[in-house]
Design a protein around this ligand. Structure first.
Ligand code: ADP
Length: 273
């Protein structure tokens, strides 16, 4: 099939040309495994899951980094308590990532803006270029595992990230009522078209755990995610409840204090995949 360089409309899952689009990072940058965290739409907890997975990896002794590719809605820095006092610094060689209290390296648009409340009013191609630069121009050093907090949906920026960064797999974050729609399926299909393995699904906000009696309350009704995941040929990796403790830690910028032991099995899978 003749390549028109438009991967979004190409059905050639075995395309060998994808490597031609790959960007080249700094010579000193070494990343053993790279995973994209995606969602069909915003607000389902994609950034939170990215942060929790990074914390679990870091706790497991893996050298961990996060690329916050959600350029117009970056929420990773705040979750880790990084603010105006933690701006990214540059040198002639490139930009240094900001390091969290626990030792996770982060690059995000909000670490570059003078005021974090200023909106990024750029068009898609410019935003995609910035995300690419987060990979190519940052002095990441040696890392065991990288998580990319992708912008929601299947637009320009996810496409560029999929094309230019050698992603080992994606994890799709969904909520119980989100999965029954077709948006998640679009994300799955996009990854398949781009020939990127889908590690599995994480269902967030699956239920609320009553703080006094531990009863599980399914506010969206009993989840159909497992059924739907099977239908799509995907693994349901975890169901995460709405947890007021997590929300408090996010608000306080102390996500590294969260109990993330429930994600240890996923981290084990990711480091070995
Ligand atoms: P997305 O990246 O998909 O837009 P976020 O990760 O920013 O979504 O989550 C949206 C909001 O919901 C954030 O304030 C986040 O802290 C909160 N949130 C997400 N998942 C949970 C959860 N399981 N328990 C408590 N709060 C959550």
């Amino acid at each position: 099939m003749a390549c028109n360089h438009n991967c979004s409309s190409c059905k050639d899952g075995n395309c060998k040309d994808r490597k031609d689009f790959l960007a080249t990072p700094k010579e000193s940058t070494k990343i053993k495994k790279i995973y994209g965290i995606v969602s069909g739409k915003g607000g389902v907890g994609k950034s939170l899951v990215t942060s929790l997975l990074a914390v679990a990896s870091n706790n497991a002794g893996l050298k961990t980094m996060i690329i916050d590719a959600d350029v117009t809605g970056p929420s990773i820095p705040k979750t880790f308590g990084l603010n105006e006092n933690n701006r990214a610094q540059g040198s002639d060689d490139g930009l240094f990532p900001v390091v969290t209290k626990g030792g996770i390296k982060v690059m995000s648009m909000n670490l570059l803006l003078e005021e974090e409340t200023m909106p990024v009013v750029w068009r898609g191609p410019v935003i995609s270029g910035v995300v690419k630069q987060f990979y190519t121009d940052v002095l990441w050093g040696e890392n065991d595992i990288a998580f990319i907090d992708m912008p929601p949906g299947t637009g320009d920026v996810p496409l560029t990230v999929f094309q230019s960064i050698p992603i080992d797999g994606i994890i799709i974050v969904t909520t119980p009522q989100d999965l029954v729609g077709m948006i998640v399926e679009k994300a799955v299909n996009m990854a398949r078209i781009m020939n990127i393995p889908v590690v599995g699904l994480i269902e967030n906000m699956s239920y609320v755990k009553c703080p006094t009696c531990d009863e599980k309350i399914y506010i969206f009704g009993e989840s159909k995610t497992e059924l739907k995941a099977n239908e799509l040929g995907l693994k349901l990796l975890k169901q995460i409840p709405i947890d007021t403790k997590i929300r408090e830690l996010v608000d306080a910028g102390e996500i590294e204090k969260a109990d993330v032991s429930m994600l240890n099995d996923i981290v084990n899978t990711l480091k070995g995949e």
